[in-house]
Design a protein around this ligand. Structure first.
Ligand code: SF4
Ligand code: SF4
Length: 223
């Protein structure tokens, strides 16, 4: 289970600034259980966005947004609605947003932050990884997580050590920031690189006290 919470409303609206229309994508897996991206929340989001004058071109809720094959097959019947939208608002955890951003060549905005539960559950079988940082940055990086795709976890851009697209610390690995550059270019978002990513609140990498008060947390403790 990957726990998520919706980003502050002003932050979501800020992501959509300058856009007229959006397609909504929810998740019937962890996001539904978290109360952040199930059918109910997608309907609420549609109403709130329309009240702000945004056109919602369509929406769907996929069983597991972290499964790229599922995302592609479920969107097949919605291609026109996606095509006419300026962007997709993805209402799920960091792994799901990455999977959608990798599957559709469209600007994808994250609607949620992934909550830290004391470690990383976002180890996916593809290249999508999430460290549950509590403050999702995928808006700025074309949907590729800088914390997991970059060996040093740099959030402010490339270190300059990459060679032929490979990481200076691990030549077997693609440089995460080169991947981010290519993804932003493909989505027509290279301007994102001129926007400084806001300072990160690393405290959110720690589980919240409410999480540590649960019986689940107590059972998981080994010390
Ligand atoms: S920035 Fe990366 S680690 Fe943080 S929530 Fe998003 S995907 Fe997860
Ligand atoms: S070479 Fe690329 S992936 Fe490696 S540490 Fe530098 S920016 Fe990160």
């Amino acid at each position: 289970m990957i726990l998520s919470k919706q980003k502050p409303w002003e932050e979501i609206l800020g992501y959509l600034d300058g856009e007229k229309s959006v397609f909504l994508l929810g998740c019937n897996g962890c996001a539904q259980a978290s109360g952040t991206g199930g059918p109910e929340q997608v309907t609420e989001m549609k109403d709130k966005l329309e009240a702000e004058g945004k056109k919602v071109t369509g929406s769907t809720v996929v069983d597991f947004l972290c499964e790229k094959a599922l995302v592609k097959s479920r969107l097949r019947g919605k291609l026109e609605q996606v095509k006419v939208a300026d962007s997709i608002l993805v209402m799920t955890c960091g792994v799901g947003v990455q999977a959608v951003a990798a599957s559709v060549n469209k600007v994808c905005h994250p609607a949620c932050d992934t909550v830290n539960l004391g470690g990383s559950r976002g180890e996916w079988k593809g290249s999508e990884r999430c460290m549950e940082c509590g403050e999702c940055l995928l808006e700025y990086t074309g949907g590729i997580c800088p914390l997991t795709a970059c060996t040093k976890g740099l959030i402010s851009g490339q270190c300059g050590g990459a060679s032929k697209g490979k990481c200076e610390l691990n030549p077997e690995k693609d440089c995460g920031w080169e991947l981010i550059y290519k993804r932003l270019k493909a989505k027509g978002q290279l301007d994102m690189l001129k926007k400084p990513i806001p300072p990160k609140n690393w405290d959110r990498m720690m589980p919240d006290v409410s999480v540590m008060a649960t019986s689940h947390w107590a059972l998981e403790r080994t010390d």
